[in-house]
Design a protein. Structure first.
Length: 232
């Protein structure tokens, strides 16, 4: 994948920046990878890279159904969701670090723009993650999957975040690491920046894609939106 791609020319908004949480601000993917490795080994099944990508950004309920499909046990989706959550919870004690560049970027942006977080993770878990990496006080609004009727890829979390920030979605920017999250943000009307949590992960609904939060081009357009217009 190229380090940057662009869908079309769109003016870059100067409003709030709303981040996804897992895989965007906090590096939880390693914990989940370890849990999946144990779970799939238990059931003597191999998790392919494409199937691993399909597990990104799902709620626990959606994840259970997808695991049931992959493991050939669709009627045990609740038990499988509980199994993988238990594995993840047991590994979280090792600590979940911030994604590279996340703390510095949010700290810089919070001086001039409202900051939101819209996640498919439960609200309290998002708060715990952001507290651990030291940015909870910089975030104006947090919306978790339990705060809305429908999780990503539905647009609800982004619409709720914009509403609580008092902003038109078309003036806001979403930063997402998954295809489902980017689709949710774009459907809500936000400008979408994709920052894949894994190098081979495609984010087709993003307006523009950068390889990491440390990319100087990403930092520049977020810090100086009035001077930028992206062109194809």
């Amino acid at each position: 994948m190229a380090d940057i791609s662009q869908r079309q020319a769109r003016p870059f908004p100067a409003g709030p920046v709303i981040f996804d949480c897992d895989g965007t601000l906090v590096a939880t993917e390693g914990v989940w990878d370890g849990a999946y490795a144990i779970l799939f080994d238990r059931y003597q099944t191999v998790l392919s890279r494409p199937d691993r990508h399909r597990l990104l950004g799902l709620t626990l309920t959606g994840l259970g159904h997808e695991l049931g499909r992959l493991l050939g046990q669709p009627h045990r989706h609740q038990e499988l969701a509980a199994e993988v959550l238990d594995l993840v919870t047991n590994n979280l004690g090792r600590g979940v670090p911030a994604m590279p560049g996340a703390v510095d970027l949010v700290t810089t942006l919070a001086r001039s723009r409202p900051i939101g977080v819209a996640s498919n993770t439960l609200h309290d878990a998002v708060m715990e993650y952001l507290t651990k990496i030291g940015i909870i006080d910089l975030v104006d609004v947090i919306v978790g999957s339990d705060d809305v009727d429908a999780p990503k890829p539905a647009p609800d979390v982004y619409l709720a975040a914009c509403d609580r920030l008092g902003s038109d979605p078309h003036t806001a920017i979403a930063v997402e690491d998954s295809a489902a999250g980017a689709l949710a943000a774009r459907t809500a009307g936000l400008y979408v920046i994709g920052v894949p949590s894994q190098p081979d992960l495609l984010i087709p609904a993003a307006d523009v894609v950068y390889p990491s939060l440390t990319d100087p081009r990403l930092r520049h357009i977020l810090q100086h939106p009035a001077t930028r217009r992206l062109t194809a």
